[in-house]
Design a protein around this ligand. Sequence first.
Ligand code: KG4
Ligand code: ZN
Length: 337
Amino acid sequence: MRILGIESSCDETSAAVIDSDGTLRGHVINSQQEHAAFGGVVPELASRAHMRTAVSTIRKALVDSNCDLNQIDGIAVTAGPGLVGSLLVGISIAKGIALAGKKKLVGVHHLEGHIFSTLLEHPDFEPPFLTLLVSGGHSEIIFVDTWGTYEVLGRTRDDAAGEAFDKAARMLDLLPKSGSLHGGRIIAESATNGNPAAIPFPRGLSKEDTLDFSFSGLKTALRTHIDSLSERERATLLPDIAASYEMAIVDALVAKTVKAMERREVKKVALAGGVAANSTLRRKLNQEVAARNGTLCCPSPIYCTDNAAMIAAVGRYHLMNGTQSGYDLDADPRMKL
Ligand code: KG4
Ligand code: ZN
């Protein structure tokens, strides 16, 4: 069985081809550039950009995979959660291909995609394990009992970790007027040579016996700190501010993840989602997991941010287990895991 995966839930148009043995044959990611001028993803622009690039993205993934549509057996497409207009573009194209070529169709949960991202490079990393799923829209600690069986142990009560990074980049006026809007990557770059202990930013819910996160207090503390500085001080102290802010997020994520390890007596941990590309998070979590005789599985950064390879991997699992969607498959912007 050979599966074509399609991802269009936010501002990445992506397509990938995976074989039944898990070999990734081809993978193309087109990150939309049109949002930078607006300082955030504009839903209608995102849908239109998916509409323009989806076919060429799929075509390129097929060419890179050295195959054509006749050799594809199933189509996996992100059905939610995400921006409804963006999801509808991917789903409509997936249905069209499935209908015309009499192929199987399966709608995929975007977060299940992130959970499966570990499988792409580490096929031996089997459940049960914990996944720290941290992206622009989600911050969750998920217990993966078996593939397909998930229990959310903790989640953010306000902003997602990626959102906290993105808002900080905006507050510090670091977002470019064109190109990528990944504020987390920009904060991480600004933090190079900064002192992560320079500013004692709060670690949300650190004293409470919960696996939930909260980043809104941190965001307010940054605002207050920025307002107390002159423009010159802001520029000079930027590496310290960025490093301290980054460390406050990383500390909170790591503390709750190791708490979950201890609570559930789990030794295996996986990182997923766009924020998992953060090297400070990868390093600190690895140290803490190893200190508890555990193992951390980190996908390469390209499989952390949104991509179709992870969607194809979920599709492969479901289709091989006989799960399929009908042609009434609809976008579900708030789809539950
Ligand atoms: O998974 P993703 O591509 O999209 C969503 O499903 O949300 O995650 C995007 C998020 C953004 O908030 C971005 O700022 C963050 O991931 N991100 C990072 C890094 N690269 C991307 N955060 C921290 N450090 C990075 N290196
Ligand atoms: Zn995502």
